[in-house]
Design a protein around this ligand. Structure first.
Ligand code: NDP
Length: 241
């Protein structure tokens, strides 16, 4: 029987590419999303991948949503924590709400999505957890103290969880994308985007599919000895040790 994978924010952008890549590789995929029903229904119609709406910043919503996915598709073997938002502002102008929104969606979601299903994975002696961080969590980015803190937190969370579950056949890893051509990046002003591309040694934005392939590798049986790692996929823009 094929494995069940849940992808948060799996109906748009990078998450959409991850959902499609995992489906292509034979997983039974569930795509979570937050609020954009139109995009989700279009995605469902085009791909035949079931969609599930809940807020990954809300623990109870995650627990209920994950239970629904398991009821419909079976025990979850792969979690891809991809959903994320930005609320950019320099700290001296940032509101408490901008801070909190990013921390809850980008970082609290890690706990909310994993805690309800980790015991099942431990019982079955198998799991793959892949968390999407960001180049800006690795190097810091002005205007993004909230986002940089959350995405750096994702890496710390991953390292600790990897150690806790290594003996149980569960691997936990990060993919840290650089600038990828999705709506999140298309929202960046053109002049700023030009200066960003100038800093990318490969000379272009990344493609969502390139991130999806890294995620799919970490989900595979071939990646069983890799845990607590961060794969950077940023065109050489920031080469972390
Ligand atoms: P998009 O804005 O294109 O898509 C975001 C996805 O997350 C959507 O499916 C959205 O759902 C979902 N989402 C947002 N908030 C919630 C929520 N509260 N609950 C559930 N789902 C939610 O983002 P990208 O594809 O660009 O980014 C995906 C991930 O990659 C993010 O974690 C981002 O931080 C990270 N990343 C992106 C980079 C880039 O260059 N694009 C670079 C580095 C990291 P809905 O459709 O309902 O709104």
């Amino acid at each position: 029987m094929s494995k069940v994978a849940i992808v948060t924010g799996g109906t748009r952008g990078i998450g959409q590419a991850i959902s499609l890549e995992l489906k292509h590789r034979g997983y039974r995929v569930a795509a979570n999303y937050g609020g954009n029903d139109e995009a989700a229904q279009k995605f469902k119609a085009e791909t035949d991948i079931p969609v599930f709406k809940w807020d990954v910043g809300d623990y109870d919503a995650c627990a209920a949503g994950l239970a629904e996915v398991e009821k419909e598709l079976g025990p979850i073997a792969v979690i891809v924590n991809n959903a994320g938002i930005t609320r950019d502002a320099m700290l001296h102008r940032m509101t408490p709400q901008q801070w909190r929104e990013v921390i809850r969606v980008d970082l609290d979601s890690m706990f909310n999505m994993v805690q309800p299903v980790i015991n099942g994975m431990r019982d079955r002696n198998f799991g793959r957890i892949i968390n999407i961080s960001s180049i800006n969590g690795q190097k810091g980015q002005m205007g993004q103290t909230n986002y940089s803190a959350a995405k750096a937190g994702v890496i710390g969370f991953t390292k600790a969880l990897a150690q806790e579950n290594a003996k149980k056949g569960i691997t936990v890893n990060v993919v840290a994308p650089g600038y990828i051509d999705t709506e999140m990046v298309q929202a960046v002003p053109e002049k700023v985007l030009e200066s960003i591309i100038a800093q990318i040694p490969v000379g272009r934005l990344g493609k969502a599919e390139e991130i999806a392939k890294a995620v799919a590798f970490l989900a595979s049986d071939d990646a069983g000895f890799i845990t607590g790692s961060t794969i950077t996929a940023n065109g050489g823009q920031y080469i972390a040790t």
